[in-house]
Design a protein around this ligand. Structure first.
Ligand SMILES: Cc1cc2nc3c(=O)[nH]c(=O)nc-3n(C[C@H](O)[C@H](O)[C@H](O)COP(=O)(O)OP(=O)(O)OC[C@H]3O[C@@H](n4cnc5c(N)ncnc54)[C@H](O)[C@@H]3O)c2cc1C
Length: 392
């Protein structure tokens, strides 16, 4: 009997993890990626909870640790850059996790470690799918026709193939927060801490060290505005207007973004779906359940989903049973991150001076020795007592 065949659409964390684990369990794997070449870039992601075990089983724990961003702590600063509070870090969790890595480095590590025989097609997308009893036939815009036992969609939060094949089942919840991530030159004053500054008007500025000799910056703003669909220059012009007079290092970040090749704009949107599979098609990673940086753990869940999918398929010869097992295992992890405490956006993004003062009081309480264990729990994601399902 020939090996089963899978087409994976999207070559980032979720798609490459699925490719790794499915190839390891005997599948013929073709990955189709829209970008013309592997996509480096992107900012800090972390590997937490059960994803640490998946990484270990992949044989990549030490490699990912070695690619650490070098960040050692997370602090709140005021407009003069003085530290006003330090968030708990250290150990596997905490604001700065043990495994902090840039998205591009993470995806590259998984790519470089793929088992022999995974085919990757860059610069192509799926244009059509048709399913019969025995297979799903995938036609790409580039003219390939691939007949497979399974199609895995790993196209991230704005997945077009998901939208086509799961029409009416995609619940998009905009959180009313826009984040602009970018890479800027490092200065002598940048140290090994994540520095977090809040200004009135629901604005935040973050500076984080990286392992490439540059600084990773985020401008975040609590405002429902679709910047992600604008071209880069128009989006940055809007961000500049929005951050006028915000203080601290804002002007430096804005100037740095204007000159940066690596700017990523995201209007934080949760994806919620009643099911992540239909026939011979299933969703993994952000395409299925984007949790946004507000919930945290998107990269950990994406990595874990590839493993759990392969485990379901290895144990259940029936596709429906396998995809149901995958979904049942992943859903509690996703649900616990998607349920944001009420009022969390308002608390994280105060609009007024009074709001900033109240938020500072909450932070001080949470970082006190008494409540530090509670604060540490807030950063725990992909956390479960359940063992990973076996691969056979
Ligand atoms: C370039 C980039 C930069 C990012 N930067 C950050 C960041 O700074 N901070 C942060 O918190 N998160 C960032 N993310 C998101 C983060 O990677 C994900 O939340 C998380 O890792 C889950 O990964 P994923 O594989 O499910 O989705 P993603 O990492 O979003 O990957 C989706 C992949 O699918 C490809 N794709 C999309 N549509 C199609 C299509 N129709 N056909 C074929 N391929 C398609 C994309 O090019 C991409 O390679 C970034 C993602 C990308 C792609």
């Amino acid at each position: 009997m020939s090996n089963p065949r899978v087409v994976v659409s999207g070559a980032s964390v979720a798609g490459l993890s699925a490719a790794h684990w499915l190839r390891s369990t005997g599948w013929e794997v073709t990955v189709v990626e829209r970008a013309p070449a592997f996509r480096d870039g992107g900012q800090n992601v972390d590997v937490r909870g059960v994803a640490r075990e998946v990484l270990d089983r992949m044989g990549l724990f030490a490699a990912v640790k070695a690619l650490n961003t070098t960040e050692t702590a997370a602090v709140f600063v005021d407009e003069r850059g003085e530290v006003t509070a330090e968030l708990p870090s250290g150990g596997p969790d905490g604001a700065t996790a043990e495994l902090e890595i840039l998205r591009g480095d993470f995806a590259r590590a998984i790519l470089d470690h793929l088992p022999e025989g995974v085919e990757i097609v860059y610069g192509d997308t799926i244009s059509q799918t048709a399913e019969d009893e025995d297979a799903v036939t995938v036609t790409t815009a580039g003219g390939r026709v691939l007949r497979a036992d399974l199609l895995v969609i790993a196209e991230g939060v704005r997945s077009a193939t998901r939208d086509r094949l799961f029409d009416g089942l995609v619940d998009r919840r905009a959180l009313g927060v826009t984040m602009v991530f970018g890479t800027i030159p490092r200065t002598a004053a940048d140290d090994d801490r994540w520095r977090w500054y809040s200004a009135t008007g629901g604005r935040q500025v973050h500076l984080r060290p990286d392992n490439h000799g540059t600084t990773r910056a985020i401008l975040a703003c609590a405002r429902a505005e679709d910047l992600a669909s604008l071209d880069r220059d128009r989006a940055l012009a809007r961000v500049r207007a929005r951050f006028a007079g915000a203080g601290w290092e804002t002007e430096r970040v804005l100037d740095g973004f204007d000159a940066s090749e690596d700017v990523y704009v995201d209007g934080l949107t949760q994806i919620r779906m009643p099911t992540w599979h239909r026939g011979r098609v299933c969703l993994v990673g952000d395409a299925a359940w984007c949790v946004t940086p507000m919930g945290g753990g998107g990269a950990s869940l994406a990595l874990t989903s590839g493993y759990v999918l392969a485990a379901g398929l290895a144990r259940h010869p029936d596709t429906e049973a396998a995809l149901t097992a995958y979904e049942n295992w992943m859903r509690p992890l996703v649900d616990s991150v998607q349920k944001l405490p009420p009022g969390v956006v308002r608390l994280a993004y105060p609009r007024t001076r009074l709001g900033l003062t109240l938020r500072a009081l909450v932070v001080r309480a949470l970082t006190s020795p008494l409540l530090a264990p509670l604060a540490a729990r807030l950063t725990r994601v992909a956390d479960t007592d359940r063992p990973l399902p076996p691969l056979a």
